[in-house]
Design a protein. Structure first.
Length: 77
């Protein structure tokens, strides 16, 4: 399940189609390009206090990977 705060950032701020938010969807498939990845990293830091680098986001590859990454960062791992 996607974190509601992350879903809000993706849908409201980055204009990702909510229907595209399948766990196995790649970041590219949900519409995240290199500029969106940079914006997402900034928004995660500003809105959630979660420091995530662009490389970490890109390396997560799928929405499920991104969800796991954000959850781990929010828990201080």
């Amino acid at each position: 399940m996607i974190d509601p705060d992350l879903e809000d950032i993706l849908v409201r701020e980055l204009r990702v189609n909510p229907d595209a938010l399948a766990a196995d969807a790649t970041l590219e498939a949900i519409g995240l390009d290199s500029l969106s990845v940079i914006e997402l990293a900034v928004m995660l830091s500003e809105n959630l206090g979660t420091k995530v680098t662009e490389d970490e986001i890109t390396d997560s590859r799928t929405l499920a990977g991104l969800v796991q990454l954000v959850a781990a960062k929010r828990q201080g791992r």
